[in-house]
Design a protein around this ligand. Structure first.
Ligand code: BES
Ligand code: MN
Ligand code: ZN
Length: 495
């Protein structure tokens, strides 16, 4: 990944010059004007000849336009009035492919407010991430070369100040993307839990529970899923205590589904596309990245993150369709389909979280159902909540970060679908409204006996992974939810 620097505006000696330009007829100013003068006006003529208008996302590359400049990339910002932080990030990300063969680039952000220069940098950084741990034969010419991006700005200290927390959030995003990208033979529950230990150096308390402890506690639902696997399950409890003494309150809680591979179990999935089920731990990966982001920017809040880690395998010791298991809450579950395993894992982790922490609210993330992809595609995560205020906050944070969510209904009529003839509930409700009946199942493990428990569930099956590049997200693991929830915490609790 390239280093990011904020520097005083001077034309680069050898580095590529990037000009983020608005869609406007106003004359060039700042570094843009200097570069144009250095080329005797050739820069402006070349951009005109290339049809560059500054439209949002438009990029044009000019080679040796004159002066000492070896390469100039112009990137369109659209109308300046519409240049939100999110739009600046997208512009920053969009210029990365144009710099693949350059070692150094100077971005002329000197005519933008420093905060937007920081957003440009954030977008560029997010797009630069790559997972190349397992490539051993990539040709030199195919590797990205970018080592340093210098953002020229009128106020370097203001830009650096704005960028510092963004950098921490980007590191959280990268941790999530890495966990989600890892192959399932490497990232089994034990390895995943061990990697969470890395958060300790950020000041997060990390605790790991194994099968013995979970058996003693009575985690029958989670352990049932794990039964078929040779890999031991893990429960990881992470605590970040950042609230000042004067503002101590109950913690916010984030809970993640961490199925490191989902074969479906005895209700086995078809072979085609099954490799995608390595990222069935994206909910857990997001919780870990979020904890890293919050700790990294020293968020002034108390937060707990809990993840249930299991592998769902078919074998002679696997759980069967028809089994009845007893969850940690005491409620019994008839397991009709062993492929509806995520809700079984969440059931025990959610209950444990409430018993131990009495959190102020709980938000769980899970690649829970194929049905949410049918409903919302890859553009929105499914949001389910028993609390309108919490739901609104999540929708708003989603809008601001570009990690959109769409609220889905809950209700007794849906809950009926998971009634069982022999146990307290069954783990599937049939095809109609599959994402909703799954959420309904989870809601049965939200304890409102001692008062309200605001809870939200994000079904991220459609948003955790992308098969195409986006401005700030290279194809693959998206880390959807890290930025949304970081923003939720910042806007809600740190003000
Ligand atoms: N992990 C899957 C859901 C999933 C599907 C995530 C596609 C990402 C992409 C989940 O465990 C699952 O298998 N759900 C079943 C539920 C069904 C058996 C009620 C599904 O969606 O088919
Ligand atoms: Mn499944
Ligand atoms: Zn699953």
């Amino acid at each position: 990944m390239p280093d990011i620097a904020f520097v005083k505006p001077t034309l680069p000696r050898s580095a590529t010059l990037v000009l983020p330009l608005p869609e406007a007829d106003t004359p060039a100013t700042g570094l843009h004007a200097e570069a144009d003068a250095a080329t005797g006006g050739a820069l402006t003529r070349a951009l005109e000849a290339a049809g560059f208008k500054g439209r949002k996302g438009q990029t044009t590359t000019l080679w040796a336009p004159g002066g000492n400049l070896s390469k100039v990339v112009a990137i369109g910002l659209g109308k300046l009035a519409d240049l939100t932080p999110q739009a600046a990030e997208a512009a920053g990300g969009s210029l990365i492919p144009a710099l693949a063969q350059d070692r150094e680039a100077t971005i002329a952000a000197d005519t933008l407010p420093p905060a937007l220069a920081a957003s440009l940098a954030m977008g560029a950084l997010l797009r630069s991430w790559r997972f190349d741990r397992y490539r051993t034969k990539e040709k030199e010419e195919d590797k990205p070369k970018l080592e340093r991006i210098a953002f020229a700005t009128s106020d370097t200290s203001a830009a650096k100040h704005a960028f510092a927390p963004m950098r921490a959030v980007a590191d959280g995003v990268f941790l999530t993307r890495e966990l989600v990208s890892e192959p399932p033979n490497i990232l089994h529950p034990t390895e995943f839990a061990d990697r969470c230990k890395a958060l300790e150096k950020l000041g997060v308390e990390v605790e790991i529970l194994g099968p013995k402890e979970m058996k003693r506690l009575g985690f029958g639902a989670l352990l049932g899923v794990s039964m078929g696997s040779a890999q031991e399950p893990r429960l990881v409890v992470m605590q970040w205590k950042g609230a000042p003494k004067s503002k101590k309150a109950k913690p916010l809680a984030f809970i993640g589904k961490g199925v490191t591979f989902d074969t479906g179990g005895i209700s086995i999935k078809p072979a085609g596309g099954m490799e995608d089920m390595k990222w069935d731990m994206a909910g857990a990966g997001t919780v870990v990245g979020l904890m890293a982001a919050l700790a990294g920017r020293k968020a002034k809040v108390d937060v707990v993150g809990l993840i249930g880690l299991v592998e769902n395998m078919p074998s002679g010791t696997a759980q069967r369709p028809g089994d009845v298991v007893k969850s940690y809450s005491g409620q019994t579950i008839e397991v009709i389909n062993t492929d509806a395993e995520g809700r079984l894992v969440l059931a025990d982790v959610l209950w444990y979280c409430q018993e131990r922490f009495e959190p102020r609210c709980m938000i769980d993330l899970a690649t829970l159902t194929g049905a949410i992809i049918v409903a919302l595609g890859h553009e929105h995560a499914g949001l389910f909540s028993n609390d309108d205020d919490l739901a609104q906050r999540i929708l708003a944070a989603g809008q601001l970060t570009g990690e959109a969510a769409w609220r889905m209904p809950l209700g007794d009529a849906y809950d009926k679908a998971i009634r069982s003839d022999i146990a307290d509930m069954k783990n599937v409700g049939g095809r109609p409204g599959g994402a909703i009946t799954a959420a309904q199942f989870i809601q049965r493990f939200i304890n409102t006996k001692h008062g309200p428990m605001p809870w939200a569930h994000l079904d991220i099956a459609g948003t955790a992974w992308t098969n195409k590049d986006h401005p700030t997200i290279p194809k693959g693991a998206t880390a959807y939810g890290v930025r949304l929830l970081d923003r939720l915490v910042a806007d809600w609790d740190e003000g």
